[in-house]
Design a protein around this ligand. Structure first.
Ligand code: DX5
Ligand code: ZN
Length: 216
């Protein structure tokens, strides 16, 4: 089973962005992961739609948007306008999750729900059948380059069982501290999509790392 690789734009070189986008375009990555932060839900800021419209123009891969913001549904139209394939909203930021998931799907995107490291997988039991994707955070969101939290491997296994038991078609994506070593553990546990920021962009040969992650 090969993995979909979603390199995280957060770790790219913003002074030479098109150069990094060209590398992604040439690579075997299928998606590009885009972290939008508001400085409230997470203690950091990143980039928003005005910058991302240029990213969308320069990138041929599917856009996998991860919203680390309060009130994520305020950005539905902006994310749709980027032409995103996936819109990920945090479980912890969404009171009316069922409504939000329905709205994302009605807008023509894959609906993804993201869990922080301390949020149990079982909280998704009553919504999993509606989801296209679950994004498990393997670090506390907000920053690239953090250390992988090993318990995530158990969460992937638990989520795989929940998906099988409910007949859900949701993909399992993991984000934070993913490299070829931690990615191998995740793939064995049943992941489908691996996000990697530093492991790709800080590598001497980023395309080779993408290929290695894909083949796990
Ligand atoms: C963290 C972001 C991640 C981050 C991953 O809050 O959601 O997508 O860019 O970066 P690495 O792979 O370096 O941990
Ligand atoms: Zn992310």
């Amino acid at each position: 089973m090969s993995q979909i690789v979603s390199p995280s734009l957060l770790s790219a070189d913003f002074a030479n962005l098109q150069c990094d986008l060209d590398m992604i375009n040439r690579s075997e990555a299928e998606w590009l992961h885009i972290d939008i932060m508001d400085g409230v839900f997470v203690p950091n800021l990143s980039f928003g739609p005005p910058v991302l419209q240029y990213v969308a123009k320069g990138c041929t891969k599917a856009l996998d948007v991860h919203l680390m913001v309060v009130n994520p549904m305020n950005y539905l139209e902006a994310v749709k306008a980027l032409g995103a394939k996936v819109m990920n909203i945090h479980y912890e930021a969404c009171t009316h999750l069922h409504r939000a998931v329905t709205q994302i799907k009605d807008a023509g995107m894959m609906a993804g729900v993201t869990l922080n490291p301390s949020t149990p997988v079982m909280l998704l039991k009553d919504i999993i059948a509606e989801l296209d994707l679950v994004l498990l955070m393997s670090v506390n969101p907000g920053f690239g380059g953090q250390k992988f939290i090993p318990h995530t491997v158990e969460k992937v296994k638990e989520l795989r069982e929940l998906i099988a038991a409910t007949g859900s078609h949701a993909l399992i994506e993991v984000d934070g501290g993913v490299n070829v070593e931690t990615g191998k553990l995740l793939a064995e546990a049943g992941s489908d999509v691996l996000v990697a920021g530093n492991a790709v962009f800080k590598a001497e040969n980023p395309e080779a790392v993408i290929t290695a992650l894909r083949e796990l």
